[in-house]
Ligand binder design. Structure first.
Ligand code: FMN
Length: 336
């Protein structure tokens, strides 16, 4: 698979042909997508998905989706035709996959589970694109209703992650431009020559990958990400010690924190998609990437020295190059 091409060419698709998407195709997309996600955690899956493919199932899902509109003051003002149209669109879509993540006992565990399901959803979108299947990641507030939760059987300790509505596409939607990664990029402690360069994880090669990775889906095109690169000097030393990883360089992938909780969650998901893109792209590089969510990223005092701002949070620390051995037993910042 040419990941760079697929990542750049994938589009959110809202109109589908009437051709059904076979259950076997959906099953194999899910299996492959889960396999592609390299979990850093215990390797167990803390997510589940529900498939709505038959006309009856799609009707039921559509009914639960419009329940909130119907019950709302706004819904009562909407012409019946409009509600029928929303329902028809959901019912006519060949298949919907609902994704649900387990919550964890800690914030970090919950984030890990949610990041995993978001990454798998992105993999499903990319793999589907290669088969001519277009998808739309749907999280609209109208899904925030008891009727919808009842329909998907949401249990205590579970979190709805999103719906991937899908079908074969006939026309590829127009691309919506992305901001070049350079404009969302900071280098801490300027020293990128030497160790990181020698191991081919220079800022230039990381930026090249990021400029493909930014073609991640993101609601409202908010592009809620920012990148902090540490390729040498004291910052990289500190990260080696904090992460217990002898990486040559580190990339901190940061999300902007919206005050609206729905947007904040969508933005976190979008950043997870971008990170997943980066990992897929890096798999063909001569250097490895380890995606980590260490405990220290939850402590603002640890994040501040790297330039993380008050309305931001680190979503993942990507350890680039090196062999991942604990740096506390290896000489750090070695220049060859
Ligand atoms: C977490 C998440 C939630 C989204 N929710 C919606 C949604 O509710 N409605 C919608 O039309 N698009 C939604 N999208 C898709 C974005 O609108 C789309 O990715 C963006 O417009 C960029 O277009 P592209 O995916 O074709 O590059 C969502 C995307 C993500 C990642």
């Amino acid at each position: 698979m040419n990941w760079s091409k697929t990542i750049r060419e994938r589009r959110s698709v809202r109109r589908y042909s009437s051709r059904p998407v076979a259950q076997e195709t959906i099953d194999s997309l899910l299996n492959e997508a889960a396999h592609l996600y390299r979990a850093e955690g215990d390797g167990a899956s803390h997510w589940r998905s529900l498939c709505y493919r038959t006309p009856e199932a799609r009707h039921r899902l559509a009914d639960s989706m419009i329940a909130k509109i119907k019950g709302s003051t706004l819904g009562k003002l909407l012409p019946g035709k409009m509600i029928d149209l929303i329902k028809k669109q959901a019912t006519d879509t060949p298949a919907h996959l609902v994704f649900i993540a387990e919550s964890g006992s800690t914030q970090r565990q919950s984030d890990e589970n949610y990041a995993a399901v978001c990454s798998i959803m992105q993999n499903v979108q990319l793999l589907g694109w290669e088969l001519g299947i277009g998808m739309l990641w749907y999280t609209d507030q109208i899904l925030n209703s008891a009727a919808f939760e009842r329909e998907i059987g949401l249990r205590e300790g579970e979190r709805f992650a999103g719906i991937l509505s899908m079908g074969y596409y006939e026309k590829v939607p127009r691309a919506r431009k992305r901001t070049p990664a350079e404009q969302k990029w900071t280098i801490v402690e300027g020293d990128v020559s030497g160790y990181a360069d020698h191991l081919q994880v220079s800022s230039r090669s990381v930026l090249a990958l990021l400029n493909d990775a930014v073609w991640a889906p993101n609601d409202g095109l908010r592009e809620p990400w920012r990148f902090i690169y540490a390729g040498g000097g004291e910052a990289a030393d500190r990260l080696r010690a904090l992460n217990g990883d002898a990486a040559a360089a580190f990339l901190l992938v940061v999300a902007k924190e919206e005050s609206d909780s729905h947007k904040r969650e969508e933005d976190y998901a979008a950043v997870c998609c971008l990170i997943q893109n980066f990992q897929l792209l890096a798999a063909s590089e001569p250097w490895p990437v380890r995606r980590t969510m260490p405990e220290w990223i939850y402590d603002p005092e640890h994040c501040k020295p790297f330039g993380v701002r008050p309305q931001e949070r680190i979503v993942a620390v990507l350890a680039l190059g090196g062999d991942g051995r604990d740096s506390r037993s290896t000489p750090s910042s070695k220049k060859t």
